[in-house]
Design a protein around this ligand. Structure first.
Ligand SMILES: [Zn+2]
Ligand SMILES: [Zn+2]
Length: 106
């Protein structure tokens, strides 16, 4: 809780033009920086989650599949749910050797 430096009353937090501000009944206003900082931390946490997900993608299982580019017989594979959930998921392959990526056509 914060007190107005001008008149000593309790300042109320509120939203103004998308910003968190603390305002007092006397008209004094102050940007609520504390809440903004918390938001920044949350966004950084989100970025970290994305990075972890990317790392997991490189650990896709290796299966027998012929690369259409170099004819290598092993490729990593993973399944991606495209667009609507009622559509069948698409399987993707990535050649172990040349890193060529292709999708499975049914
Ligand atoms: Zn005040
Ligand atoms: Zn290949």
């Amino acid at each position: 809780m914060l007190f107005c430096p001008k008149c000593g009353s309790i300042m109320m937090p509120k939203q103004e033009k998308g910003k968190n501000v603390l305002s007092c009944s006397c008209g004094y206003k102050k940007e609520n920086n504390e809440e903004i900082k918390i938001k920044e931390v949350n966004e950084r946490e989100k970025e970290r989650e994305i990075e972890v997900a990317d790392e997991e993608q490189s650990l896709e299982p290796l299966i027998d599949a012929e690369c259409p580019k170099c004819r290598h017989g092993k490729a990593h594979n993973w399944i991606v749910q495209t667009r609507a959930a009622d559509e069948p998921p698409t399987r993707f392959f990535k050649c172990e050797k040349c890193k060529h990526t292709w999708r499975e056509y049914k």
